[in-house]
Design a protein around this ligand. Structure first.
Ligand code: NAD
Ligand code: UDP
Length: 320
């Protein structure tokens, strides 16, 4: 019998790719989203599939459905979006987790929680292993996201210990690919859109801060492997690409791959911007037999091709 799978935040960037994979393998997929940063268009190609259903719903409110698995992805992921309404961001992570864990408790469903490398804050340990507790400012502008996600992890583990819930906590590092929103504000989409439009490429700070970028297909494979792993594999497990690049290197690579004439310009570094990020993925290798397969250069080329088509199809901006 096919599984009934709930994907919250399913109309977003990662959620839409996950829904696509689940539908293709024959699961009954219920995609739930309030369209804060996601779009119906991201999953429109699934509308005519009999095993796909889309529902507008905000996860801060309870949801009564019957499911076997829950992937809880609902939460804006880009700093400009999660800082737009920080109270709602924390509510989405905390109330959303409580509601989804409550649903998992009632239905006996497995619960996958999309956690984040932000758990580690501006880390003193490099690369980051899962047993590092992190260095997070509790009262800064990123805190609504970081602390909300940390509390969601706490809730997962308390529901696991207290109620025996089967949980899967994945700490996702920076992920990019087609269907990122062009105005999402994250670095990969910003740089590609700027390069394709011939606009200046905005490096925040001196560009020496590092990130590790994973291609979306690799991550979704990691999600699926984690959900089907044995019950004692609760996580947290880092999912990300250990290749580490400075933001300046990323800008230069995007310029090279797009053949753009865009200049590189500097803008102020946002508050509490982590200086470095790189996952130690030993645990994922060992427990999930997973590691990323797509190199940054190849993933960027595919993402550039996507944005090129998207921008080419956009109507010209209206006259002032
Ligand atoms: P995204 O913004 O594209 O997707 C988030 C989705 O959640 C959107 O469709 C949005 O409309 C929906 N949403 C937000 N608040 C909601 C609410 N209250 N109720 C219902 N839906 C709501 O971001 P993404 O990159 O696809 O991220 C998906 C998940 O993965 C998030 O939980 C994010 O924190 C996590 N994550 C992503 C990355 C990354 O690099 N992409 C890294 C770490 C963690
Ligand atoms: N960044 C940048 N220019 C941009 C957008 C982001 O230099 O136009 C930097 C940002 O300051 C951070 C890194 O790129 O150091 C990654 O930012 P993003 O918002 O993608 O993710 P996060 O900071 O959450 O890892």
């Amino acid at each position: 019998m096919s599984k009934r799978v709930l994907v919250t935040g399913g109309a977003g960037f990662l959620g839409s790719h996950l829904c696509e994979r689940l539908v293709a393998r024959g699961d009954e997929v219920l995609c739930v989203d309030n369209y804060f940063t996601g779009r119906r268009a991201n999953v429109a190609h699934l509308f005519d599939q009999p095993n796909f259903e889309l529902m507008r719903h905000d996860v801060t409110f309870p949801l009564y459905v019957e499911v076997d698995e829950i992937y809880n992805l609902a939460c804006p992921a880009s700093p400009i979006h999660y800082q737009h309404d920080p109270v709602q961001t924390t509510k989405t992570s905390v109330h959303g987790a409580i509601n989804m864990l409550g649903l998992a408790k009632r239905t006996g469903a497995r619960m996958f929680q999309a956690s984040t490398s932000e758990i580690y804050g501006d880390p003193y340990q490099h690369p980051q292993t899962e047993d590092y507790w992190g260095n997070v400012n509790p009262i800064g502008r990123r805190s609504c996201y970081d602390e909300g996600k940390r509390c969601a992890e706490t809730l997962c583990f308390d529901y696991h210990r207290q109620h025996g819930l089967r949980i899967k906590v994945a700490r996702i590092f920076n992920t990019y690919g087609p269907r990122m929103h062009p105005h999402d504000g994250r670095v990969v989409s910003n740089f590609i859109v700027q390069a394709l439009k011939g606009e200046p490429i905005t490096i925040y700070g001196d560009g020496s801060q590092t990130r590790s970028f994973a291609y979306v297909d690799d991550l979704i494979e990691g999600f699926l492997r984690m959900m089907t792993s044995p019950d004692d594999v609760t996580g947290p497990i880092n999912l990300g690409n250990p290749g580490e690049f400075t933001i300046r290197q990323l800008a230069e690579l995007v310029v090279e791959l797009t053949g753009s004439a865009s200049p590189l310009v500097h803008r102020p570094l946002p508050e509490n911007d982590p200086a470095q990020r790189r996952p130690d993925i030993t645990r994922a290798r060992l427990l999930l037999d997973w590691e990323p397969a797509v190199a940054l250069r190849d993933g960027l080329a595919r993402t550039i091709a996507y944005f090129d088509r998207l921008l080419g199809a956009e109507p010209p901006a209206p006259a002032a």
